[in-house]
Structures are given as structure tokens and as C-alpha cells.
Write a protein that binds this ligand. Structure first.
Ligand code: MN
Ligand code: MN
Ligand code: MN
Length: 295
């Protein structure tokens, strides 16, 4: 018989998830349940430019234990759209309220522009169609993709992005986003920590990534996502080096939207981050500290 050994209990957290308040599939209650079942002890909903999912979960009942407030803001930096995650903010702070309102207006204006551009390609009524698809959630390109698909203009949403909505295509409208400094300021003024979301997704050179970090930190940003969804070991090493060079706090997230073959499930295992600080240490609970259990 094998001897009983001390084993490391798997600690899971997830500071980047989406509910159906933005472009995720699960309701806030369903996502919370999913996370609990997976064994996630600390969780944040980071819906695009809205905290409606977080508010709904809080209003629900006591299920919100271990839930940190979160948001994923879009902003413009050096001509590119960058995503900044905010964690642990007071969502009722006027800076956050102003920020969310600014983004809601930006999304509306952007939706109108996308609609005009699609009309220029012969697709009329896109805004109304996309708004219907969006329902109570934040208007975004996925809703335009769903509308184009429904109308039969494309075979599916992947084709909609490939031909009309993806990077560099007619519906890729960036001009309305706030600046990097603005979104970082909203988060930090409201007592939260700002985190660069999925840094390897922008396909920047290391030099450009460093420039982003410098500008982000000058604005008051403190964190970066060390792990985001499924990423390669090389990518993790690049972010780790960046975090070390700039003494950034690290965050972890699945960027879960729905169950897919290529996406990551809810819950990220705490990695070894020797010498670095995890953003979760700001809120860690006894269950996160208690890492070693004896079987
Ligand atoms: Mn999304
Ligand atoms: Mn993102
Ligand atoms: Mn996301």
C-alpha cells in the first residue's frame, strides 16, 4: 500500500469571466454555481463595460461570498483597442458610475457607426437588429454578428467576424473608446486595482508591450494577467518576465464566455509566482491560504 502523503490542495480562482450581462452565455447565478462546483474560492465577473451581472449576483442572496467586483473596460492606446480589467472597485463610486456611463454612450455611438458602415455594404437595419439581439446586455460586435447570421448574409458568426466585423474590417470601429489613462483612473479612484487583460492577445512586440506597461503604470495601473485562458508556456514566460521587470501584481483568469472546445473552463489554478504578488492577496480568504492538506 502506498503511504499517505501530504498533497497540495488545488486552489482555484478566476478573475476574468463573462456573464450574459455582456457576451457570456451563463446568467450570473449559473456562472456562480459553475464556479462553486469547480471549486473556485475567489471569483470576479468582468463583463465588458458593465457591472450589472455583479449587482444581480449580490442582490440574489448570500451566494455572493467570494465574489469580487469586476469589469473589463475597452480603451484606446496607441491606435489599438486594449482591455483593462478592474477588480475590487466600489461600483457606486462616482468615478465608476461616470466611467460606466461614458462607456454605455460610447457603445451606442459605436453601434450606430457600425450600422452605418454595414448599410454602406448593403446591409440595412443592423442597429435595430443588433439591439434586439443584445436585449438587456451591452451592445457589442457579437450582436451584429448574430444579426448578420440570422439574416442569412453569412453562414455563421465566425464568418461575420472574418468578413465584416473583425480587426481591420468595415465594422471594426475603435474611435469611440476612452483612453487608457481614463479607464485606469476610474478603477483606481473607486478603490480598485487595474489589470492589463490578456497581454499576449494584442500580438505586440516585447518593446511595444513594455511601452504599454510604462503608460499603464504612469496612469496608476498595477496588475497584469499572468494567465489568460489557454496560453502557451512561452507566452506565460514572457508575461512573467514583464511582471518581474516592472514589479507588477499578477492576476489570473479563464476569460470564460461559454463552453467551447478551444476555450478554458472556469477556474485557474494558482501558479508558483515566487517573488511576485498576486492581486488575489488583496482579498484572500482563509480557504485560499490553507493550501496544504493531509490526506
Ligand atoms: Mn467578450
Ligand atoms: Mn478582452
Ligand atoms: Mn474578457
Amino acid at each position: 500500500m502506498s503511504p499517505k502523503l501530504a498533497s497540495v490542495k488545488t486552489v482555484l480562482i478566476d478573475f476574468h469571466t463573462h456573464t450574459d450581462a455582456s457576451d457570456g452565455e451563463l446568467s450570473p447565478a449559473a456562472l456562480l454555481k459553475r464556479a462553486r462546483v469547480a471549486g473556485v474560492t475567489l471569483l470576479a465577473f468582468t463583463d465588458h463595460d458593465t457591472v450589472a451581472g455583479y449587482r444581480a449576483a449580490l442582490a440574489d442572496d448570500n451566494v455572493a461570498v467570494g465574489l469580487i467586483s469586476g469589469v473589463e473596460f475597452s480603451c484606446c492606446w496607441s491606435g489599438t483597442t486594449i482591455h483593462i480589467v478592474g477588480l475590487g472597485m466600489d461600483c457606486d463610486h462616482h468615478a465608476m458610475r461616470d466611467g460606466l456611463e461614458t462607456l454605455a454612450q460610447a457603445r451606442q455611438a459605436r453601434g450606430e457607426k457600425i450600422s452605418q458602415r454595414l448599410a454602406g455594404r448593403g446591409f440595412h437595419g443592423a442597429l435595430d437588429g443588433a439591439l434586439l439581439k443584445a436585449g438587456a446586455s451591452q451592445l457589442g460586435r457579437p450582436h451584429f454578428a448574430a444579426w448578420l447570421t440570422d439574416c442569412g448574409y453569412v453562414a455563421d458568426e465566425t464568418e461575420a467576424f472574418k468578413r465584416y466585423l473583425g480587426q481591420g474590417k468595415t465594422g471594426d470601429v475603435k474611435a469611440f473608446w476612452p483612453t487608457l489613462a481614463q479607464v485606469v483612473n476610474w478603477i483606481t479612484a473607486a478603490g480598485g486595482v487595474a489589470v492589463i487583460a490578456h497581454p499576449m492577445k494584442y500580438r505586440f512586440t516585447r518593446m511595444k508591450l513594455r511601452r504599454l506597461v510604462v503608460d499603464f503604470m504612469a496612469a496608476g495601473g498595477e496588475g497584469i494577467e499572468l494567465l489568460s485562458g489557454r496560453q502557451s508556456a512561452d507566452q506565460t514566460t514572457t508575461v512573467l518576465q514583464l511582471a518581474r521587470a516592472f514589479s507588477l501584481e499578477v492576476s489570473l483568469g479563464s476569460d470564460f464566455h461559454r463552453d467551447t472546445a478551444y476555450g478554458a473552463p472556469v477556474g485557474v489554478e494558482l501558479p508558483d509566482i515566487r517573488g511576485l504578488r498576486g492581486v488575489w492577496e488583496r482579498w484572500h480568504t482563509p480557504s485560499v491560504r490553507q493550501e496544504v492538506v493531509t490526506t
